[in-house]
Design a protein around this ligand. Structure first.
Ligand code: IPM
Ligand code: MG
Length: 381
């Protein structure tokens, strides 16, 4: 096992999620990561990740905590306080999407978690994965999405019977933060253009402010071309010529929709994962959540064994590994994934095979190359 330094550090005024190892000495050498478990399918996905990461030689202290249905069964909540506290303490979490009741019931635990951790930006890389058939090839767009406010504020009223309101709350503070985050990301990744998505022709106040802030901040980044585009047009252009976009920054709802449009271009939502960054409200410490962005449902094979694609949680785990500095291991796992996708028999039904999650993970372990070589890996960022 290679010992990775634990990169988490104290309060920062810089960008979260990209801290240096400045305070590494105050924390144990093996990074601790909270792995959420919601039921048998997510447990199998978690097990798949742990086996592949261990086989790639990376030592992580996984701490499994309940959420979703398992959180309700064990602790009476889809997002138990103890689970949130563990993530805040460790500063890192790997999770599947947690099921949410539609049209009633409790607020989505995924959204609750983002709000309680002070998450403010989610990065979704819309990219092809070698071996996954898709309508387009060569797509390479980074989408930065605000994750806690506007239409996700959860403020809804029935004014009088038959008249309801859902309030979109947009603040200068959070808009500035996510737009600046997007510019910094663009610069760090050597990207050339940032496009801001809005509907300021209709929501003149809220999206008008978002767009105006984008224009203000753009003047601090003369090296990055800046433009803005109306959301519906952005969706169409993404489908017609995805190469028109480089980095996108969007508010919460348009970001959600465009992420799925983008996922559709490259072969499905399992391929587009979310790296969410925040600063804890209580102490300003950085926190990172690596999230699968599609529901795995109750995917089981005919023997009742979980059969969701092992990639569901493995792709966000690759983001985690890169964040931890284990880029070589992430590259090797990417190569193994590519090899396994070429052999449908080793894959789960999502990829056309009949293997269980566990069997697909075992195939990935068996395909792990000893070194990363020079071939472009699957899921490279
Ligand atoms: C996503 C999902 C979530 C969202 C749901 C599950 C709350 O669609 O992460 O893209 O709307 O943000
Ligand atoms: Mg979504």
């Amino acid at each position: 096992m290679s010992a990775l330094p634990d990169h988490r550090q104290g309060p920062t005024t810089g960008e979260p999620g990209h801290s240096t190892a400045a305070a590494a000495d105050r924390r144990p050498a093996v990074p601790r990561v909270i792995l959420l478990e919601a039921g048998p399918v997510s447990a199998a996905l978690g097990e798949a990740v742990r086996s592949v990461v261990a086989a790639a030689g990376v030592d992580i202290a996984w701490q499994v905590e309940p959420a979703g249905a398992l959180g309700v069964d064990r602790l009476g909540s889809p997002l138990p306080d103890a689970t949130v506290a563990a993530i805040a303490d460790a500063g890192r979490c790997l999770k599947t999407l947690l099921r949410t009741p539609t049209g009633g019931g409790y607020e989505s635990p995924n959204v609750q978690l983002r709000k309680r951790l002070g998450i403010f930006a989610g990065v979704r890389a819309i990219r092809n994965l070698d071996g996954v058939p898709s309508r387009y090839q060569g797509v390479d767009v980074l989408l930065v999405r605000e994750l806690t406010e506007e239409i996700y504020s959860g403020i809804e009223h029935e004014v009088v019977p038959g008249v309801v309101q859902t309030i979109k709350v947009l603040t200068r503070h959070k808009s500035e933060r996510v737009i600046r985050f997007a510019f910094e990301l663009a610069r760090r990744r050597g990207r050339k253009r940032l496009t801001l998505v809005h509907k300021a022709n209709i929501m003149k106040r809220s999206d008008g402010l978002f767009r105006a802030i984008g224009r203000e901040i753009a003047s601090d980044y003369p090296d990055i071309a800046f433009d803005d585009v109306i959301a519906d047009n952005a969706a169409m252009q993404l489908v017609v010529r995805p190469e028109r976009f480089d980095v996108l920054v969007a508010g919460n709802l348009f970001g959600d929709i465009l992420a799925d449009v983008g996922a559709g271009l490259v072969g499905g939502s399992a391929l587009v994962t979310s790296h969410n960054s925040g600063l804890l409200p209580a102490n300003g410490l950085p926190v990172e959540v690596f999230e699968a962005t599609h529901h795995v449902g109750l995917a089981v094979d005919t023997d009742g064994e979980p059969a969701a694609s092992a990639l569901t949680l493995l792709l966000p785990a690759l983001d985690l590994l890169r964040h931890l500095g284990a880029t070589d291991a992430a590259t090797r796992i990417g190569l193994a994934i590519t090899a396994v996708l070429r052999d449908p028999a080793a894959t789960t039904p999502d990829h056309g095979g009949r293997a269980s999650t566990r069997a697909m993970a075992a195939a990935i372990v068996a395909a792990l190359p000893a070194d990363a070589g020079a071939i472009a890996p699957a899921g490279a960022r």
